[in-house]
Write a new protein. Sequence first.
Length: 327
Amino acid sequence: MRNIESKPGRESVISKVLGATPEEEQEILEKFRNDFEHPDLAQKLHIIEKEKTPEEIEIIESINAHMGEFLKEYGGQPIKITPEKIIFLDENKLTNELLEKYSFGKDPTAITYPIKQLIVVIPPYPENYPKVKLDIARILVHEALHFNSFASVSRQKGKLESRQMGIAIEFPKQRFLEDLNEAIIEKMAMKFAERYFSQISPLEKDMRKREQAINEFPEDMQENAREIISSIFTKQLPSGEYKIMIKAHTIYEKERMGLKYILDTIHSKNPTEFSSPEDVFKIFASATLSGDLPSIARLIEQNLGKGSFKKVAQVFSKPHIKPSETQ
Ligand SMILES: [Zn+2]
């Protein structure tokens, strides 16, 4: 395996500009660095923003505090995500029109806006929130990892558009490898949660309950249980009695299964080069942080057979919805 070194922190989300001369690129990147602290969108959304609770602020700050160490393993450059960089929208202040514009389903979600350099968390918040905070914390880590991954813009007719986020590339008709990028980001988020959440005091209790539930599984099933259980909460039934409920981890589940197949196959064909599928994953995670898509393409093509990268791209790409947004 190649030696991965950590680099100094990044000062803006965007690291590269296409369609500009080197001088213009420097100027645009400088503007992104200057805008980083005070994104316009944050001011616009202020009227529909939910004030963050002290616990939410503590979670964001703790995620930020551990991120540098976490990214080191993959050669990433951490970017500072202060609580101001994350906007929680207020369910009560959202009009139906806005809800339709921002809402993507029944579960809460979040969007990372690379050009706006902002993360927006969108209600509805979970039924058990803020009593159980694990699900929101998982979403925050997922978005923080998008923020920390490679991002480029392209300049077209004087306008800047998102070009690449991690290993996903925007084309007019498709978001190339979008689902593979999401699977990698979520797998990283799960590793982050496993490693650090029990050290984050507002999450400690929820993590302990989850650990107890995992320990109730037979030993050979505990690893699977860890992948499947997102959080544990109690629910009052109509009869009045309380029942312990398991919230399954469903974020990009299908996509993660596809990624698992790729990692397992590459490992099984290279047992000397890679000691485990996790070892292969390090290359995928590093490429997502650095934007080095060719390294992944090569690895897939060499191990899954000629033409396999094209097939992977077909499975993991998405038709185009809207540029410059990553969920
Ligand atoms: Zn995502």
